[in-house]
Design a binder for this molecule. Structure first.
Ligand code: NAD
Length: 415
């Protein structure tokens, strides 16, 4: 079965919300599409002397609540529709968290694994030099996402600074700490998700100590989730996976060993004391908590009925299709939807912007405390809307987030 188009998924999700909120057709129509998008061609001098042209995008979905905010992906299968969907989800995410920001997203079609360090730097600078006039602290502030790193953010910040003629640390976030990064950014996405898990466990009366956890994806988001699940709540991590497959042990996996096996061999499947499983099997394990932290559209109408977890944490963007959502809701699975669950990253990115603008550095404790407050408050507002309207957590998150964007558009006189 072919995977659904993520932008169509995002539009379908908005449609259900528009019905609940009884949005006027014109307002709904405006929110169905990005306000602006930039398509750029980036010429890069390759190490072999040839010139290669890369295609890049930046989508500014909606900036009614403030400057756009959202990551940049470097991926060989990047598509404009994936970026549109991600930019829409960023709009709802910043709104839901009560941040004074809109939503955007960018991407370049490339395979960073095939580029040398010099080629990657020239591509990163080339992308920024093509879009710099439309981004910056008051307009749109990019950040890292799939296959982009703090080093790439540093190159892009430097390029923007050279072009604008000032040290513009606040033009991009996710930078290394010594060039304007924030403490706590590296594990912020997973940590934010863990704060929502703690709140959900109170609602469901689940004891997190020794609760069993399966994690799809062992990259930035998933690997920190494994470590924090163990350190903050003493959860038992029984399964993890990456693009090569998964590993399972009902005795629990040793998280430190997973990190060293991944570092030494490039994949978690070489973990010695476990059974190899497929990514599909991992999703259907009999566990208390399922964390999806890899790709879009992995929970579909095909497998949703077989999911046994009581709580799903969506650290990945768009992992669940709308039809799967209906099945999970019917089966009583408590889904913490992506733009709530993974909002810790953008929240600490926002803290980074605030520190850059005020030229002040916060302690790690201050970052954690402020993050906890924002995530807890957002989770509670979604839960309340879910109970009030009798709808699932994703629809509830949409109603809270979209209502705020609509209010801002009305107050600004746009609609
Ligand atoms: P990453 O590149 O660090 O890790 C991705 C992981 O997914 C890797 O372990 C990779 O091996 C695995 N993977 C790739 N293809 C797979 C497949 N077919 N099956 C199973 N696993 C596969 O990326 P990340 O930063 O951890 O992001 C993961 C997801 O979380 C993405 O959807 C991203 O948009 C979302 N997200 C990340 C952040 C963040 O701060 N890192 C913030 C918000 C949302």
């Amino acid at each position: 079965m072919s995977k659904p188009n993520p932008f169509e998924v995002a539009q379908q999700q908005l449609e259900s919300c528009a019905k609940i909120l009884n949005l006027e057709p014109g307002v709904h129509d405006f929110l169905r599409h990005p306000m602006r998008e930039f398509h750029v061609s980036i010429p890069v001098h390759m190490d072999d002397g040839s010139i290669r042209i890369f295609q890049g995008y930046r989508v500014q979905y909606n900036d009614a609540l403030g400057p756009c905010k959202g990551g940049i992906r470097f991926h060989p299968e990047e598509t404009i529709d994936t970026i549109r969907a991600l930019a829409a989800w960023m709009t709802w995410k910043t709104s839901l968290l009560g941040l004074p920001l809109g939503g955007g997203k960018g991407g370049v079609i490339c395979n960073p694994k095939e580029l040398s360090g010099g080629e990657l730097e020239r591509l990163s600078r080339g992308y920024m030099s093509q879009i710099w006039q439309w981004v910056g602290p008051g307009k749109d502030v990019p950040a890292p996402d799939v296959y982009t790193t703090p080093q790439i953010m540093a190159w892009m910040m430097d390029e923007y600074s050279k072009l604008s003629g000032e040290n513009a640390f606040g033009c991009i976030t996710g930078k290394p700490i010594c060039v304007g990064g924030s403490c706590g950014r590296d594990d912020a996405t997973a940590r934010g998700g863990m704060y929502t898990l703690r709140e959900a466990s109170k609602v469901l009366g689940m004891n997190l100590k020794n609760a069993t956890v399966a994690i799809q994806g062992f990259g930035n988001a998933g690997s920190h989730a494994a470590r924090l699940g163990r350190d903050l709540f003493a959860c038992k991590i029984v399964a993890v996976s990456d693009s090569q497959g998964g590993i399972y042990s009902d005795q629990g996996l040793d998280v430190n060993s997973l990190f060293s096996v991944k570092a030494k061999t490039g994949t978690v499947i070489n973990y010695p004391n476990g059974r190899k499983i497929s990514n599909e099997e991992l999703l259907e394990l009999n566990v208390d908590i399922l964390i999806v932290s890899a790709l879009e559209n992995v929970i579909t109408e095909e497998n949703a009925d077989r999911i046994k977890a009581k709580i799903i944490l969506e650290l990945a963007n768009g992992p669940t299709t709308p039809k799967a959502d209906e099945i999970l809701f019917k089966n009583g699975v408590h889904v913490i939807p992506d733009f709530l669950c993974n909002a810790g990253g953008v929240t600490v990115s926002y803290f980074e912007m605030v520190q850059n603008i005020t030229r002040f550095c916060w302690s790690i404790e201050e970052v954690y405390q402020r993050l906890d407050e924002r995530m807890t408050q957002a989770y509670r507002s979604v839960l309340e809307a879910s109970k009030n309207y009798g709808i699932d957590m994703r629809q509830a998150a949409y109603t809270v987030a979209v209502a705020r964007v609509v209010e801002a558009m009305k107050l600004r006189g746009w609609v």
